[in-house]
Design a binder for this molecule. Structure first.
Ligand code: EPZ
Length: 448
């Protein structure tokens, strides 16, 4: 059972400078699980999903599906979803406000039921997160979409009952918009072309899931997707891909503690940019087999510039973790965040640990040093929380991290996996280990 999202007053106590060793198992990809769960709405029969991680966000997506009348049961990493009887077409605000990804149900719900009413997900810690690319694409497919009182009302007007295929160009290769429109197109009349589509592996995973249900999709993994609508989709059993961001996080845990680690399962080509940058930073990453990699740390951590970009560029979800590594490099690194407009909030927390990072717009200049010192820190978003754990592993002394509700949304038992590999991390319920004045509180940000 994942840790309760309400466990907001728990903290992680991380004792730094302990080497790691051995093998870490990588869980199923959060950003595949969430959108594939939404994709089951396209099907009028029960589906079985495998390799589903035990995360708060997965529980929240299951709650959204349940609110729509879908039967959802989870047994270990296996999720049985029976969407044969969708009784509601409005997603509840109290759940959507906690899980941005629940907005992904709009495409499949509209395509399957002809109507969908989804609260606007709103902004979050890393940015405004607009959804106009989703909305404009659905309108191009013939949907009538109005936004009233913070809710997106979408319906298929008249007696057509089905969306119409369309040629859509995305101004930005948005992962979510690509996924929304691809799902909607699987049941539309005619052919839909999505140009400038996102190429993230999780988009390809969703496409492969839809194809397993009988969807007709070409160009999977490229920037042009062609979908020919079919009357209906059928039951399937599908295992999602391993989480490339969790794997990248563990690779950096090895590099920052100068430890040799092996990870599996992984898909090495999903980690192309991360592996290239870790090699540039002095680590050796060996691809041991089609689903296993080994990290060998370098003598030193070398300063390395990164710029986050849509896949196959360096992933924005790895930016904070890589910055943690650069704080211990022997030079200066330039880190440029081009995907989200406010995803450098972890800089202040790293500087509390003795890092020397200056921010100018969407760029951070990291002046590496030999020492980070443990301190009380606050997680500001999902990936920043993982990055602070990594910094704590590399720091001298003890780091106490609060804001664990961010961490538990996206990582399956992170501290347990790292502890099994030799880290000294303890989850402490409440704040008995630090006086409240040490740890600043922040309002719980809606997750993204
Ligand atoms: C997905 O978010 C992921 N979430 C994010 O992971 C990830 O960081 C992001 O893709 C980029 O890879 C899930 O898959 C659940 P986008 P998404 O639409 O789909 C702008 C994590 O930590 N944009 O590709 O919301 C947007 O503001 C999370 O696991 C528009 O302007 O990302 C952003 O600047 C964080 N209009 C950029 O595009 C739109 O209509 C990329 O957003 C849609 C997006």
């Amino acid at each position: 059972m994942s840790n309760s999202p309400e466990a907001d007053d728990s903290v992680l106590e991380i004792r730094g400078q302990h080497p790691l060793s051995g093998h870490i198992k990588v869980s199923g990809a959060k950003n595949s699980a969430l959108v594939v769960m939404a994709g089951t709405l396209l099907c009028s029969q029960a589906c079985r999903l495998r390799n589903i991680p035990d995360l708060v966000d997965v529980e929240r997506m299951a709650a959204v599906l349940t609110a729509l009348g879908v039967k959802v049961t989870k047994e270990a990493d296996c999720l049985d979803v029976d969407p044969s009887d969708i009784s509601h077409t409005r997603a509840p605000y109290e759940i959507v406000s906690k899980l941005r990804a629940s907005f992904f149900v709009i495409g499949p719900l509209l395509a399957r039921m002809g109507v969908a009413r989804i609260p606007l997900p709103g902004g979050c810690a890393i940015g405004a997160r607009p959804v106009e690319l989703h909305v404009r694409g659905l309108q191009a497919m013939g949907a009538d979409v109005q936004i009233e009182h913070g809710t997106v009302h979408a319906c298929i007007p008249g007696t057509r009952g089905r969306l119409q295929g369309a040629k859509i160009y995305l101004d930005y290769p948005s992962v979510g918009a690509t996924e929304t429109l691809m799902m909607a197109a699987t049941l539309a009349d005619g052919e839909t072309i999505i140009d400038n589509a996102a190429q993230e592996p999780e988009v390809a995973d969703l496409a492969n899931f839809c194809r397993a249900m009988g969807a007709r999709i070409r160009g999977v993994g490229t920037k042009t997707l062609t979908i020919v609508g079919v009357p209906s989709l059928h039951s399937t059993e599908y295992a999602i891909i391993p989480d490339r961001i969790e794997a990248g996080t563990f690779l950096i845990a090895g590099a920052i503690t100068r430890s040799t680690l092996t990870l599996s399962p992984v898909v090495p080509e999903h980690l192309g940019a991360v592996i290239a940058k870790l090699r540039e930073a002095g680590s050796d990453v060996q691809i041991e087999s089609h689903n296993r990699v080994r990290l060998l740390p370098g003598e030193e951590i070398l300063p390395t510039d990164i710029q986050t970009l849509p896949y196959p560029g360096f992933p924005t979800d790895m930016q904070a973790q890589f910055m943690a590594l650069m704080t211990l490099s022997n030079g200066n690194s330039l880190i440029t965040e081009t995907v989200f407009e406010n995803r450098l909030r972890h800089v202040a927390e790293f500087n509390r640990m003795g890092a020397n990072i200056r921010v100018n717009g969407n760029c951070a200049v990291v002046q590496g040093s030999s020492i980070l010192s443990g301190a009380p820190v606050m997680a500001t978003d999902l990936r920043a929380s993982a990055a602070l754990v990594l910094a704590g592993l590399g720091a001298h002394g003890t780091t106490v991290m609060s804001g664990l509700h961010h961490l538990d949304r996206g990582y399956e038992r992170l501290e347990r996996k790292l502890t099994q590999a030799g880290a000294r991390i303890t989850r402490i319920d409440g704040q008995s280990s630090t006086s409240p004045s040490d740890v600043t509180h922040s309002t719980v940000q809606p997750s993204h």
